[in-house]
Ligand binder design. Structure first.
Ligand code: SF4
Ligand code: FES
Length: 253
């Protein structure tokens, strides 16, 4: 496959309180083997050479495990590949001459800081509200000494695969964080190590989700469709059950 020339429409915004706009760029001589973020690196090198400010975007591991990359590509959080982060998207998915739109996650709880960089601190605050255990769980051999039914362990590990990227929020018409919270609540509710704080967790995290400006879930399923770790919306149903459990055991405040 030959190298490509592409047209980009990129969201540029100089700061959190400034208005943003889509700005056209050209990405020239792009190898189909480049990752999407490498393509943006090439565009930024050209911008720097001409004295223009480079396009700001987040990334860290670039191998699908850290949850930092957060681009809406052609209207889809993380782009056209299912079960993949945008850092693992390759340019061979596009054709020579294509126009590609690139925008940040859009949600009231994720204010844009600059260009494509958003503040995802709201997800950290949700974790601080209950997405943790404070008991000593020992070292790895201790964990292996606790018998856990295989099916529960599998469900817990599937939920624990969440990398906290926030694509689920960006895809949801309600900007709900229900899949993220559902994954965290489920992971901890399914394992005995998570039970010491289980009673209040569902209520604390769901209530804070509302307070932080995330919307409610109306079962659209868009979150599951874009989740790079293919977290199931069954975890949202479990989050609801954990919330009700909190209320009926008297710890819902
Ligand atoms: S549930 Fe999926 S889309 Fe949402 S934060 Fe976790 S990994 Fe990202
Ligand atoms: S940069 Fe780490 S998941 Fe994409």
């Amino acid at each position: 496959m030959a190298n490509m020339n592409l047209k980009l429409l990129v969201w540029r915004q100089t700061g959190p309180t400034h208005a943003g706009t889509m700005v056209p760029y050209t990405a020239s001589d792009i190898s189909p083997d480049m990752s999407f973020l490498e393509m943006l690196d090439v565009v930024n090198e050209e911008l720097i050479k001409t004295g223009e400010a480079p396009i700001n975007f987040d990334s860290d591991c670039r191998e699908g495990i850290c949850g930092m990359c957060s681009l809406v590509v052609n209207g889809v959080p993380h782009g056209p590949d299912r079960g993949s982060t945008v850092c693992q998207l390759h340019m061979r998915k596009f054709k020579d001459g294509d126009t590609i739109t690139i925008e940040p996650w859009r949600a009231a709880a994720f204010p844009v800081q600059k260009d494509l960089v958003i503040d995802r601190g709201a997800l950290d605050r949700l974790i601080a509200a209950g997405g943790y255990v404070s008991v000593s769980t020992g070292s790895a051999p201790d964990g292996n000494a606790i018998p856990i039914p295989r099916d529960l362990a599998e469900l817990a590990m599937d939920a624990a695969a969440c990398i906290g990227c926030g694509a689920c929020v960006a895809a949801c018409k309600n900007a709900s964080a229900a899949l993220f919270v559902g994954a965290k609540v489920s992971h901890l509710a399914l394992l005995p190590q998570g039970h010491s704080e289980r009673t209040g967790r569902g209520h604390s995290m769901v209530t804070l989700m509302d307070d932080l400006g995330f919307g409610n879930c109306s079962n659209e399923g868009e979150c599951e469709a874009v989740c790079p770790k293919e977290i199931s919306i069954a975890n949202i149903a479990r989050m609801r059950r954990e919330y009700i459990r909190s209320v009926f055991t008297g710890t819902g405040k």
